[in-house]
Design a protein around this ligand. Structure first.
Ligand SMILES: [Zn+2]
Length: 112
């Protein structure tokens, strides 16, 4: 990036537009939309729905996990046979892990 002249004989070099914004006293760019309707739609689309109860998943703040918080929903039903031949049933909660790109989107959409 080229040198910017701040005053006579004083130049500064910036390596990113973020640095330039900070140096000129501008606020950081917010990538979140200001349109409330659009934000709601983006949030709904991002979290998706629980595959068992079809309710929207919720992002657990501070983690990379989306989970179904519906108290009625037990999760995915799993079955197998015990050694004595009786049925064994258990449930696995519905969750979704976010990768680093997903985390960036989650922070942008949900963090205040
Ligand atoms: Zn559910």
């Amino acid at each position: 990036m080229r040198e910017f002249r701040k005053a006579k004989g004083v130049t500064e070099r910036y390596t990113s537009l973020d640095e330039l914004r900070t140096a000129f006293g501008l606020k950081a760019v917010r990538k979140r939309t200001t349109d409330a309707e659009k934000l709601k739609a983006q949030r709904e689309k991002f979290v998706g729905t629980c595959k068992v109860c079809k309710q929207p998943l919720s992002w657990i703040e501070g983690t990379n996990t989306l989970a179904c918080k519906n108290p009625e929903c037990k999760g995915v039903k799993m079955t197998s046979k015990n050694e004595d031949g009786t049925d064994k049933v258990w449930y696995i909660p519905v969750t979704r892990m976010l990768d680093s790109d997903g985390m960036e989107i989650a922070l942008r959409l949900f963090e205040e």
